[in-house]
Design a protein around this ligand. Structure first.
Ligand code: FE2
Ligand code: FE2
Length: 200
């Protein structure tokens, strides 16, 4: 899809590129920690992106573009979330993990291709100008809500089997593994991966 001056559309295209980059990073990572980090980041980005689309974008696709496309889009999001939850449970260095990741990548590419190639250009042509500006504001509001919530919980939500990968040390209790999460390491790592300064 061509460059756009619509902020909501620009944000969606940017998220799509980040999703593809993260999948490549996970696939190419050569150790379990980096793969787990990558999957967690991917899940967080996909959740924020999909919640914003479901709350703000798809209702307008249904109203101005096509109800059928809107229903398809919701279904595709649900299927991807189920597959992603399965991926999180797999051994990150296993062949099954790579197969599942490939399956998710294919489904996401197909979904994003439909959004960028058909649904979004058609919607862009049909949306009234005041609805476009409302969409830009609401889309980012929804996205930021889920994305910032995810960041705040990053140090506390890992499973007990992966504490060593998250930099936990036996000094202070940490939920849920009763080891110590090292927030400084977690935040540095997270900042490095996101390319942001916010956590430093
Ligand atoms: Fe989508
Ligand atoms: Fe999307």
């Amino acid at each position: 899809m061509k460059a756009t001056s619509e902020p909501w559309l620009g944000a969606i295209l940017d998220h799509h590129k980040r999703i593809e980059r993260l999948i490549t990073e996970v696939r190419n990572a050569n150790n379990p920690q980096d793969r787990r980090w990558g999957v967690r980041e991917l899940a967080q980005l996909l959740t924020a992106h999909s919640m914003a689309e479901e709350a703000v974008l798809y209702p307008d696709i249904s109203e101005y573009e096509s109800k059928t496309h809107a229903v398809m889009a919701y279904e595709e999001h649900s299927m991807t979330k189920i597959q992603l939850a399965k991926l999180e449970k797999l051994d990150p260095m296993s062949e099954e993990f790579q197969e599942k990741l490939g399956h998710i990548e294919g489904a996401l590419q197909q979904h994003m291709y439909q959004e960028e190639g058909t649904w979004l250009p058609a919607l862009c042509d049909k949306l009234p100008p005041d609805e476009k500006s409302r969409m830009s504001e609401r889309f980012m509001e929804e996205f930021d809500h889920y994305q910032s919530g995810a960041k705040l919980q990053i140090d506390e939500t890992h499973s007990s089997t992966t504490h060593a990968d998250w930099g936990c040390r036996p000094v202070m209790p940490c939920k849920p593994c009763r080891m110590t999460a090292d927030p400084a390491r977690g935040r540095r790592e997270y900042t490095r991966r996101l390319g942001r300064q916010r956590w430093q």
